[in-house]
Design a protein around this ligand. Structure first.
Ligand code: NAP
Ligand code: G3H
Length: 487
């Protein structure tokens, strides 16, 4: 099935149901972050190729929107099954292409199959409303508004490298069930895995043109793509820098954006420190910290700070470092540039007097798990998103100080509060300027039918299965005007 994508060493795009339907002169090589070994080429689309692709998506969308939802749902169910059937193969591909450890890679695939099935079922229950006029002052009972959900048209889905299957499917599946066609632009590093996902949807029966893919250099076609007049919605996950740029140039096109984060874990005196330290370590270091929702700072009451930092240190010491194909938690970062950035933040903390508890060791793009205590507000690590395996602990004297530091961030994705006192937990949660507060757990997105959103520079709009479907639909009202009497 996947052999359709590949011609010699080239992983092609799908255009109108045909892999390699658009030929390119130039291609982009993709290498494995683990050992720089060559994986394959992807196509480098030009602006003209983008035009052809989007025109095709626009033309084909109408028939798809008229396909009964139960038929669209059946195709998604089939896609979920095909995905599951190829779990092992795809997980190995993720290990190779984005250096995600095998266990997390397998979990990404399974979670995606579950996501697609749930989306298919949820789409079938997207009911509209009928509203009578007489509830509004001055109106009689002589009008009925029938509002049903209709698709927006062509959805542009842009996903990041860290979940090339899951964060792609979480855009594609809700867009498709709502009746949109999708132009899918995967991350360059991650695109080979993502193209496999596109083939799974096509194999499941998505009609030609309803899911087209675009690969290429973002600096050459990115702006052109997001400002294309036939794009009706942009669903983007990635960095705040790129998200902000797209929001500026996209003008009137509606956006759903999930961006960066600097999630704080607030630990109070009465917290179960053993549990909190486990959650914090898994939250901060899984997939080497390359998760938007990773715990990116700990704000701990100074009375329990010594005990907590020692527990965290011990658990960090136990993290396994190595190849993604083995049973490890820490693998090399996506590229050297990412590792250079993390190293800059570490160097800054060392230079400004942060207490290094463990780590600060680097081999190429592999950064060993690194933990700092006594991080202060003048250090970059207190505010910047490393997207790597480094965790700062900041000691605070009061709950108010913790809230102030947590909120003094450009980001507002999630926060955790660890305490046994439910009143304090709810008080703090109500004061935190974030999309979600986790009480006694690490910060994380799932389960995927929960609302997932960021405030401030962490995003626009809300994801989560039913939220995503609604975001990519709009109400269409048809008003019946009638005489409410018989002569
Ligand atoms: P990124 O550099 O912003 O890239 C994200 C996507 O945007 C990629 O597909 C990229 O393509 C594309 N892109 C870049 N420039 C573009 C342009 N001008 N127009 C259109 N598309 C463009 O992010 P990343 O490094 O892949 O992911 C890491 C970041 O994403 C972190 O900041 C993380 O916090 C954030 N993230 C947030 C969430 C969330 O749900 N809040 C989830 C995951 C990740 P190329 O690869 O070709 O450049
Ligand atoms: O990287 C961003 C993802 O939305 C995080 O998802 O919390 O399930 O790892 P996760």
């Amino acid at each position: 099935m996947f052999s359709k994508i590949k011609k010699d060493e080239l992983y092609q795009n799908v255009y109108n149901g045909i892999w390699g339907g658009i030929k390119t002169d130039e291609n982009i090589p993709i290498y494995a972050p683990l050992d720089n070994s060559f994986i394959g080429y992807i196509q480098k689309y030009s602006k003209n190729d983008v035009d052809r692709t989007i025109d095709n998506s626009k033309k084909t969308q109408v028939a798809w929107s008229e396909t009964p939802i139960n038929e669209r749902a059946a195709i998604l169910h089939k896609a979920a099954t095909i995905l599951e059937d190829h779990k092992e193969y795809l997980a190995e591909l993720l290990c190779k292409e984005i250096c995600k450890d095998k266990k997390s890679s397998l979990s990404e695939i399974q979670r995606t199959a579950d996501f697609i099935r749930f989306t298919a079922d949820e789409g079938k229950h997207l009911y509209g409303t009928a509203i009578s006029s007489d509830s509004f002052p001055g109106y009689k009972k002589d009008k009925l508004s029938f509002a049903t959900y209709v698709p927006l048209g062509v959805v542009l889905a842009i996903s990041p490298f860290n979940y090339p299957i899951n964060l792609s499917a979480s855009k594609i599946a809700p867009a498709l069930i709502a009746g949109n066609s999708v132009v899918f632009k995967p991350p360059t590093q991650g695109s080979i895995s993502a193209l496999h996902l596109a083939q799974i949807f096509n194999e499941a029966g998505i009609p030609p043109g309803i899911l087209n893919t675009i690969t290429g250099s973002s600096s050459e076609i990115g702006d052109y793509l997001v400002t294309h007049p036939s794009i009706n919605f942009i669903n983007f996950t990635g960095s705040t820098k790129i998200g902000r740029h797209i929001a500026k140039i996209a003008e009137m096109v509606p956006l759903l954006m999930e961006l960066g984060g600097k999630d704080a874990a607030i630990v109070l005196e009465d917290a179960d420190l053993e549990d909190a330290s486990s959650d914090i370590v898994s939250g901060a270091f899984s997939y080497s910290g390359q998760r938007c929702t990773a715990v990116k700072r700990v704000l701990v009451m100074e009375t329990v700070a010594d005990a907590l930092s020692e527990m965290i240190r011990k658990k960090v010491e136990e993290l396994k470092v190595g190849s993604p194909f083995e049973d490890v938690q820490i693998t090399p970062l996506i590229d050297n540039k990412a590792a250079d950035f993390v190293q800059e933040l570490i160097d800054d903390a060392v230079q400004k007097g942060g207490k290094l508890l463990i780590g600060n060791k680097r081999e190429g793009n592999l950064i060993y798990p690194t933990l700092f205590d006594y991080v202060t507000k003048d250090m970059r690590l207190a505010w910047e998103e490393p997207f790597g395996p480094v965790l700062p602990i900041m000691r605070v004297k009061t709950i108010q100080e913790a809230i102030d530091i947590a909120n003094r961030s450009e980001y507002g994705l999630q926060s955790s509060v660890f305490t046994k006192n439910i009143d304090k937990a709810f008080y703090i949660a109500s004061k935190l300027d974030v999309g979600t507060v986790q009480i006694n757990n690490r910060t994380e997105r799932g389960p995927d039918h929960f609302p997932f959103l960021g405030v401030k520079s962490s995003g626009l709009g809300t994801q989560g299965i039913s939220y995503s479907i609604k975001a990519m639909s709009r109400p269409k009202a048809i008003v019946l005007n009638f005489e409410n009497k018989i002569e």
